[in-house]
Ligand binder design. Structure first.
Ligand SMILES: [Zn+2]
Length: 254
């Protein structure tokens, strides 16, 4: 079975279920963390129907996840966001207002409030998560150097409100599970030496051997996951090319 397919994703959920993980949304975990918990976080950067597919797969298995939407038509779809929320999943704002404001922090905060209100007109929003574009000069988290999202009734932002010495963070950035090595923005700081996995099969093996960490946030970009076929190959080669570009970008910036 090929990696980064819907079939592989379902296999992963099955393994987590079978091995006694409690599936929690990000806000559920913040309020009442389970001892053995997995948070499935989905950044809906693009191809929103892939996220809908993920949400339905979870619903079928009786588990929940968290979905962060951007302010672009390929992501922000009111009917789709409501459908995902009605399945019991959490919906939040995937903000990039520093990019929209060209680095003007006051304007970024105003835009953030405006966009949050637009989203709250459609769904409940308790948590937010930054979008990190490797091409951008700005770090979208920088708006919080001056302002507080708590003032907007937001209870959490994964990059600030999880203790990564305790919670294992793993992301499919770059279409691999060890892509943090070539990621410009999607990194967290941890003092703990967590294991490194490259493929979903590596993760499955760890879960089944009971060596996978106990509290985990897994970050998915569902637009990269699909049925096998031409699109799957295109995504595979395109991402491997992008990873090489990012590798050099990081070198040059250093
Ligand atoms: Zn994103």
């Amino acid at each position: 079975m090929k990696d980064f397919t819907y079939q592989k994703y379902e296999q992963l959920l099955d393994a987590l279920l079978l091995n006694g993980y409690t599936f929690q949304t990000f806000s559920q975990f913040l309020v009442n963390p389970a001892e053995r918990a997995v948070m499935l976080r989905h950044d809906v950067d693009d191809r929103r129907f892939h996220s809908l597919h993920f949400a339905r797969l979870q619903k079928k298995l009786g588990v929940v996840g968290t979905y962060y939407f951007r302010m672009f038509p390929q992501s922000f779809d009111t009917a789709l966001m409501q459908e995902i929320e009605q399945m019991g999943h959490e919906v939040g704002y995937h903000y990039e207002d520093m990019d929209f404001a060209n680095g003007d922090v006051d304007l970024a905060y105003d835009l953030f409030k405006k966009h949050l209100a637009q989203m709250r007109a459609v769904v409940n929003v308790k948590t937010i998560c930054m979008h990190g574009s490797p091409k951008s000069k700005y770090d979208n988290k920088d708006v919080w150097n001056k302002y507080r999202y708590q003032d907007q009734d937001i209870i959490g932002e994964p990059y600030f409100d999880l203790n990564y010495n305790q919670v294992f963070y793993i992301t499919d950035t770059g279409r691999r599970w060890d892509g943090f090595k070539v990621s410009v923005r999607d990194k967290v700081v941890s003092e703990k030496q967590f294991p490194i996995y490259q493929s979903t099969d590596d993760i499955l093996e760890a879960i089944n051997k009971n060596s996978f960490p106990k509290q985990v946030m897994m970050n998915f970009h569902p637009q990269r996951w699909m049925n096998p076929g031409w699109g799957w190959w295109k995504e595979k080669w395109l991402q491997s090319l992008k990873n090489q570009v990012k590798f050099w970008l990081i070198k040059i910036r250093k």
